[in-house]
Design a protein around this ligand. Structure first.
Ligand SMILES: *Cc1c(COP(=O)(O)O)cnc(C)c1O
Length: 235
């Protein structure tokens, strides 16, 4: 297979992210890109590795399991960004370097227990629900403060910030309001003594708005790897 499109796509998205930073009056060095390799196989990830990428976002634990086995020893940091069932916490504790979809206490407890057994700690972002769609996961904004208080007791989970998915619409103001809401929640939490430097928000279709609202990290799949052939509903 020819993966030369990856290098061009990567250069292009980095350029577009940098341009969005400058348009927002921000330093491009403040915004990193998390490549989202979901549905693409280990050989595609291997080609992306050759470009110098080493962190990859995945939606499913099963895909992390399969790809990390195929790419063992490559030094990849696997980042879980999709909804996580509590009964899969064991594989995550073993294989993931970070979880961005922490959205409930039951899951935090399961991860903590499994991480303790593995004698590991991982970075986590709390996923907050900022959009009205029923299908979107995330902690209700009003529950964030007590949730963060509870997480203080879990030494396997290093809380670094917040993550969200914006509402799916052409209405840029509605999308932007989701991102703004996440940033404001973060600011409130920091005012109460929590340290949450990272804001993971924005994807291929809406990252400039997220950057304008303070994203420190954008999660990019399609613009790097191309269109997915697996139906999104299966995620
Ligand atoms: C698939 C996915 C992305 C990347 O989406 P693209 O539109 O392909 O860039 C980002 N975040 C999450 C949580 C995803 O599931």
């Amino acid at each position: 297979m020819d993966y030369s499109h990856l290098a061009a796509n990567w250069a292009d998205i980095r350029r577009r992210v940098d341009a969005a930073c400058r348009a927002a009056g921000r330093d491009p060095a403040e915004v990193s890109i998390l490549p989202v390799s979901k549905t693409f196989g280990a050989e595609v990830v291997r080609a992306a590795l050759a470009l110098g990428l080493s962190r990859f976002g995945e939606n499913k634990v099963q895909e992390i399991r399969d790809k990390s086995a195929a790419l063992a020893g490559c030094g990849i940091d696997w980042v879980l960004i999709g909804h996580l069932q509590t009964n899969k916490a064991k594989d995550v504790a073993r294989l993931a370097s970070e979880v961005q979809s922490l959205d409930r206490l039951e899951l935090a407890e399961a991860l903590q227990r499994r991480l303790q057994a593995e004698e590991r700690a991982i970075d986590v972002l709390v996923q907050v629900k900022t959009s009205p769609e029923e299908s979107k996961h995330g902690l209700p904004p009003g529950e964030l403060m007590p949730f963060l208080e509870r997480l203080r007791g879990y030494d396997g989970l290093r809380v670094r910030g917040l993550m969200t998915l914006a509402t799916h619409t052409d209405d840029a103001e509605a999308v932007r309001a989701c991102f703004r809401g996440l940033r404001q929640l973060r600011d409130q939490a920091e005012a109460q003594g929590h340290r949450l430097p990272r804001l993971s928000m924005g994807m291929s279709g809406d990252f400039p708005l997220a950057i304008a609202e303070g994203a420190t990290e954008v999660r990019i799949g399609t613009a790097i790897f191309g269109r997915r052939t697996v139906r999104e509903g299966n995620y």
